[in-house]
Design a protein around this ligand. Structure first.
Ligand code: FES
Length: 331
């Protein structure tokens, strides 16, 4: 099964909000823009680890945007955070704003870094970045190189002109980096490729849902190697559990609320003035995670692993509901 870090260790994030400013923007290729962000006040930004993301918040035309971007620089400390933004065809407005309107000097509120997808050294490491999924994967290559791992990086990208972060990729040992241009070669035969993996191999992958789902299925059929993945989209938002209302009990504060169909635990608590951490509201970033003391969650996130779901000890309150008439959280 895919693995995730121990709770409370690698996932710890800075909840401090920092004002950041665009120091540079570069059109990386025809579809991506790379931004270098610095602290508006100057000085170093919080250090980060490979696989981390940050949250950016801004307001445009009266609408608030909250988006998460993987850090994709080459060094893990210093005054600059680098992100790459894909101009999405079906943008909800965030990527279109950044790609088309965000200029040098523009300021944003930033939080993080948070890491749900940390790099862990293994005997042999394969890093796979597909499309914009290259962003958390690239720093892992620098980390793997620094740690002396036996690693390789495979970048799956539609066409040659879609390669993002080329300058950084060119700084890696070329014999360890390969590209697959899917418009030319077609889809990779994952079954055949995964058949070459064995004990001691670990795969870190980020990319579209279909790639990740296929790799999970292949891995479950022959789990002799390790799989670490990060999803940018949540395939689990609907559930057989339906949308029924339930009681929400908060053990430490002694409060009880009703969560009605169509609203989330996070909605209910924010409405009552709770100052909780949240970010994506999509079940992908892990920011809103809470400890479950009683009841069975209806997990609808893309963060927890199957083992963690079975444990029912944590839940993402922006999307997950309850399968029992009530659920008790450690709040
Ligand atoms: S706010 Fe991102 S997972 Fe809930």
């Amino acid at each position: 099964m895919p693995t995730r870090p121990e709770r409370g260790v690698a996932m710890q994030a800075s909840s401090q909000t920092i004002e950041v400013e665009i120091a540079a923007r570069t059109a990386a290729d025809r579809r991506h823009v790379v931004f270098d962000l610095v602290a508006a006040e100057g000085g170093d930004l919080p250090p980060w680890t490979a696989g981390s993301h940050i949250e950016l918040r801004w307001v445009s035309d009266g609408q608030e945007y909250v988006r998460q971007y993987s850090l994709c620089g080459e060094s893990f400390s210093g005054p600059v955070w680098r992100i790459a933004v894909l101009r999405e065809k079906k943008s909800r407005g965030g990527s279109a704003f950044l790609c088309d309107q965000a200029k040098v000097g523009m300021r944003f509120q930033a939080r993080g870094p948070r890491n749900n997808f940390p790099f862990v050294p293994h005997r042999r490491v394969t890093l796979i970045g597909a499309g914009i999924g290259i962003t958390p994967i690239l720093p892992m290559a620098f980390e793997a190189q620094a740690q002396g791992c036996d690693w390789r990086l495979l970048y799956l990208v539609c066409e040659r002109q879609d390669v993002c972060l080329r300058e950084s990729l060119d700084k890696l040992p070329p014999e360890r980096v390969s590209y697959r241009y899917t418009a030319e070669t077609g889809r990779m035969n994952l079954d055949e490729w995964a058949g070459t993996l064995g004990d001691g191999d670990a795969v870190f992958v980020c990319g579209p849902l279909r790639l990740l789902d296929d790799l999970v299925a292949i891995h479950e059929a022959r789990p002799v190697w390790k799989l670490h993945l990060e999803r940018f989209e949540n395939p689990n938002k609907t559930s057989a559990g339906g949308d029924a209302g339930f009681d929400l009990v908060l053990a430490r504060s002694g409060k009880t609320y009703r969560v009605e169909p169509g609203e989330t635990i996070l909605d209910v608590l924010r409405r009552d003035g709770w100052q909780l951490e949240w970010s994506c509201c999509e079940g992908v970033c892990g920011t809103c995670e809470q400890v479950v003391l009683q009841g069975v969650p209806d997990h609808r996130d893309a963060v927890l692993t199957p083992e963690e779901r079975q444990a029912n000890s944590h839940m993402m309150i922006c999307v997950s509901r309850a399968l029992t008439p009530s659920i008790t959280l450690d709040l």
